[in-house]
Ligand binder design. Structure first.
Ligand SMILES: NC(=O)c1ccc[n+]([C@@H]2O[C@H](COP(=O)([O-])OP(=O)(O)OC[C@H]3O[C@@H](n4cnc5c(N)ncnc54)[C@H](OP(=O)(O)O)[C@@H]3O)[C@@H](O)[C@H]2O)c1
Length: 236
């Protein structure tokens, strides 16, 4: 059983991207824990639904969740790497303005709008946590392989947006925590075209359990940080 006891029991857990590989597993684990009074699992197909490119839908989804009780745990498990219109760039010659803009819209700007609507209404008392799923490849210091320009850069931008928001949050909600988390390499639609032999790949359930363990253990002194699924800090 997942231990979420660092969070008060009165609250709401809210997951954006509940239809994704990691997002669905997070919802399942949260539900099984029975720890929160409500779980709001939001996706493009939930009711209400949200879309990262539609701020009004994000605002509405957050309001809907907040009406159920205090937002104790909010996870942004959305993300974009490829679809039938675009995939990660291997070389400078692959750069395309519209595709780069789309990566930023989905991986950085949408999550920033989630932070805009969630962070100001986190409870003033007791632990609350907002985590956005980033990626180790968004680390500039850890970039030794190159490639994947749009995904890397948009996740680096996400980390900077998270860090900036965490500083503002610290002044207004000193007990709240805001972090970026790397879920590990996880079997999902996002990663499946890039599966390689020799990579340590986790099931979504394993990743979700590790991530929730990290979230339970995080404290306010770690707000604004970027951590992996073992809770180890990742270089920016
Ligand atoms: N899998 C890995 O190995 C890995 C490694 C490092 C980091 N990550 C990060 O971990 C997070 C979760 O990844 P995953 O593997 O679970 O990916 P996934 O299965 O592809 O899930 C992505 C989620 O993002 C949602 N999404 C995409 N565009 C959206 C939009 N416009 N509006 C609303 N929701 C949208 C998807 O919703 P729909 O179902 O509606 O498309 C889905 O719920 C991502 O941030 C990813 O970058 C994953």
């Amino acid at each position: 059983m997942i231990d979420l006891t660092s969070f008060e029991r009165d609250g709401v857990a809210l997951v954006f991207g509940a239809s994704g590989g990691v997002g669905a597993a997070l919802c399942h684990e949260i539900e099984m824990s029975g720890h929160f009074a409500h779980l709001c699992a939001m996706s493009r197909r939930s009711s209400p639904s949200f879309d990262l490119t539609d701020q009004e839908s994000i605002r509405h989804a957050v309001e809907h969740a907040a009406a159920q009780g205090p937002l104790r745990l909010v996870i942004d498990a959305t993300g974009f790497l490829h679809d039938d219109q675009q995939g990660p760039e291997k070389s400078l010659r692959d750069l395309d303005a519209a595709k780069l803009a789309r990566s930023f819209a989905l991986n950085a700007i949408g999550p920033a709008l989630i932070m805009k609507h969630v962070l100001p209404i986190l409870p003033a008392q007791g632990k609350s946590l907002f985590a956005t799923l980033s990626a180790r490849v968004g680390s500039i210091g850890d970039n030794h392989l190159g490639g994947w320009y749009g995904y890397r850069a948009s996740k680096a931008a996400l980390n900077q947006l998270m860090r900036t928001a965490a500083i503002e949050l610290r002044r207004r909600r000193p007990q709240a925590i805001c972090v970026s988390l790397h879920p590990g390499t996880v079997q999902s639609d996002l990663s499946s075209p890039f599966a390689k032999d020799g990579l340590e790949v986790q099931t979504p359930q394993q990743s979700a359990q590790s991530l929730l363990g990290v979230m339970n253990a995080l404290n306010v002194s770690q707000t604004g940080g970027f951590f992996d699924h073992h809770g180890k800090p990742i270089v920016w």
